[in-house]
Ligand binder design. Structure first.
Ligand code: DAH
Length: 337
């Protein structure tokens, strides 16, 4: 029986160490090392071994078993490495991981807020759902003003909401002025970026939801020259040194006097346009100060509000603002960088 064991060892060694594939190796393992293999069956016949040879046979049996197991493990490793190597082509280009980037409107918004931050403005925010008081009344907007019509503004019905008066989706960022003034004392120098909502027909230049950046400065001795100087600096920073601005008299309920601001920049001239209407502004109306409890004899201030989409379209050469909302990667990826 000892010679039989030698036989198993030598044929097992050959079969295991020369297996040409993982399948051949598995066949060899079944033949020699499995529960029904040659080693298992000779172990079962242990009782047939003459008593005096039992210790020697037992020792030899263990040696053969561990030798064949080691061979199996080594060969398995070799065959697996080979299989992996033949399936990897290190000369193939890697799979690129697409890199994300900020939305083009966010990029524009950051450029705007950066410039004002350098001038010492701080950031204020308000909710998209506003009270009719903050969005209109406190901003000196009479109840028969057309913007307060259901045709122009989205009113919101929240049953059981504790707020007095009606709620609406803010139609402008101007109510953030009211929130800030109600909660803090002058001097103030803030900008308030945010989303606004109007019941507009949607086309290339109108959306039911869009973004504005509001500005408010309140202190003693603030005048129109401060407003004009600030805006001139801002637009030159944003649109380039050759940018010009002009003020046209206008009307807003919350400023007196009020203006619309037009800009002219080489970016526009390249498209055959001259002046682009870009924002509203003016000196804060004393009625607004009264609504928030500020002393209108002591304090003066200016305010402005600009449309972010319009500026982004100018800066980025985008002809239709609907692109900004469609989330089409073919559009968005052009602004990655
Ligand atoms: N809220 C105005 C609008 O949406 C823009 C505006 C005009 C804001 C004059 C102001 C301002 O702060 O002073 O059309």
């Amino acid at each position: 029986m000892l010679s039989e064991l030698d036989q198993i060892l030598s044929s097992g060694e050959t079969a295991l160490s020369h297996a040409a594939s993982l399948q051949a190796l598995e066949d060899a393992r079944l033949l020699f090392l499995s529960k029904k293999g040659a080693l298992a069956s000779i172990t079962e016949r242990f009782k047939e071994v003459p008593k005096d040879q039992k210790p020697l046979f037992g020792k030899k049996l263990n040696e053969v078993k561990s030798r064949l197991e080691t061979l199996w493990e080594t060969r398995k490793g070799e065959l697996e490495d080979a299989a992996l190597e033949s399936s990897v082509d290190a000369t193939l280009p890697g799979r690129p991981v697409p890199r994300g980037s900020l939305h083009p409107l966010t990029q524009t918004l950051y450029r705007i807020t950066d410039i004002f931050a350098r001038m010492g403005f701080s950031l204020a925010e308000g909710p998209d759902i506003e009270t009719e008081f903050n969005n209109f009344d406190a901003l000196n907007t009479p109840s028969d003003h057309p913007a307060r019509n259901e045709k122009d503004t989205f009113f919101v019905d929240l049953p059981g909401h504790p707020t007095e008066g009606k709620l609406l989706l803010r139609s402008q960022t101007s109510p953030v002025q009211i929130r800030v003034m109600k909660n803090s004392k002058p001097p103030l120098r803030i900008i308030c970026p945010g989303r606004c909502y109007r019941r507009d027909e949607i086309d290339a230049t109108h959306a039911a939801s869009f973004h504005q950046v509001e500005g408010l400065v309140v202190s003693e001795g603030i005048g129109l020259a401060d407003l004009k100087g600030t805006l001139e600096f801002f637009f030159k920073e944003l649109l380039g040194d050759k940018t010009q601005i002009r003020f046209r008299p206008h009307f807003f309920p919350f400023t007196e006097p009020s203006f619309e601001v037009d800009v002219s920049t080489p970016l526009l001239a390249a498209k055959g346009k001259t002046w682009l209407e870009i924002m509203g502004c003016g000196m804060v109306d004393p009625a607004v100060f009264a609504a928030v409890g500020y002393d209108a004899e002591r304090y003066t201030g200016y305010a402005f509000g600009m449309g972010v989409e319009r500026l982004a379209m100018t800066l980025q050469g985008v002809p239709d603002l609907r692109h900004y909302e469609q989330n089409d990667l073919r559009f968005l990826s052009q602004f990655a960088g």
